[in-house]
Design a protein around this ligand. Sequence first.
Ligand code: NDP
Length: 502
Amino acid sequence: MVLTISLPDRHTFYAGKPQKSSTSSETFQSVDPSTSKPVCTIHTSSPSSIDSAISAAKSAFPSWSSTPPVERARILQKAVSILRSRNDELAKIETLDTGKPFSETSTVDIVTGADVLEYFANLVASGGLNGESFRLRDSAWVYTSKEPLGVCAGIGAWNYPIQIALWKSAPCLAAGNVMVYKPSEVTPLHAQFLAQVYTEAGVPDGVFNVVYGAGEVGAYLTKHPDIAKVSFTGQVSTGRKVAGSAAGEMKYVTMELGGKSPVIVLPEVDIEQAVDGAMMANFFSTGQVCTNGTRVFVPEKLKAEFERVLLRKMDDVRPGDLMDMNTNFGPLVSEAHYKKVVGYVKHGINVDRATLLRGGLEKPENLPERLNNGYWVRPTVFTDCTDEMKIVKEEIFGPVMTILTYSSLDEAIVRANNTELGLAAGVFGKDINECHRVVKQLQAGITWINTWGESPAEMAVGGWKQSGVGVENGRRGLEAWVRNKSTLVEMGGAVPTVFAKL
Ligand code: NDP
């Protein structure tokens, strides 16, 4: 089935609607990655239109921040209902923009975004923003309150567009802040739909605004004096620039960055389960997931069996028509990213000289002819890999698994931690105590035992080391969008002063 949706041009969205008059003459295209055909024209936000979006947000802040949390929650819960009622419509937009199969976008992307919005709405409605109070002494007590920050910038990566937009805007708005959001220029389509959902739900004009464009639009937001916080998802190299610029202005930051995460298969393991986990950790979303477990450590004695089961199961990776519910593997998101991933596969074959177990440089077999120009690659597995290979060290962000063998578990743990990144890690094994012992030693902010990839709203997630600063989701995720105020109240009737008369 061919997915054709006609979409009007996109313009900077602020004060509750797209603002055609203020956008620049520069445009760019959103492209269907399965065919490489353009699907929508986006107008880059000029500096003056970004200023207008920030100014609309600033005007909306006093009223939104003083709306009682339970009332804000009611509005956000309405947005959750609208998102769920439009799940398939929004999933088609995400499929068109990202190239992910509809079987994935219709069950994951909008669902996990709406879940997080519901979670934070419920959290603030049920006292999540309450501070604490305590008696300091008989005549004095202290209370604390969680205060919103003001106008916050959300800057998104291209891999989970609407989910990222919701994971940022949900706690931001629930806590009483307002947002100016910049989607990736590679996958910008969801942004206006989300803005319209918020408006329809009753979110006041100016509370959620959208600006479009490439890195310079993000950089303009990051250093703008009226932005109180920057929540960023993207590559480590960009994150360093964004965090540096924000820190110079004392802005709050949350950084959700890249990874090169290890999967450790224990010697005593259900091999079918371990292979299923390793495949989810490498081929889901065509490998374009920040928490990908791309370094798969397997005991030497299990290597042959692991690879045999893996090769059998890889026949169940099914590229094809994105709207076919049996398709579970899409193209890469863009031509630039396709070239990058293919470059790594070439490097793995020609320079690293790892053994190519499956996949490689060809496009997948049996694709319908009309998809021939899309950014398709094969799910790829390299084995006999060593720690110093480039394909083992660098984030590829594509469907490229590297298998490394180990002889002792302590050695595997040291090697797994031997990276500047620390986003995710996981262990597969039958002995649950051993699994906990290994997880305890892994240097990563998100860890899994006998599963891979699930990231529910209740679970705070964020990277260690160069993979990020702060967390999203869970109770701790709300703390990232408030600042503390402590108040000491003296009831003794006299100010304790050193300037009393002698
Ligand atoms: P990029 O770092 O290239 O871009 C992320 C966003 O930052 C985009 O909107 C981009 O704009 C914008 N940007 C670029 N330069 C600047 C700048 N100087 N100042 C402010 N903003 C800027 O990341 P990708 O989009 O390529 O996303 C993939 C990366 O994201 C991977 O490394 C992945 O691991 C990581 N990621 C991390 C997640 C996590 O939770 N830890 C989740 C998802 C992805 P534009 O692209 O429009 O030019």
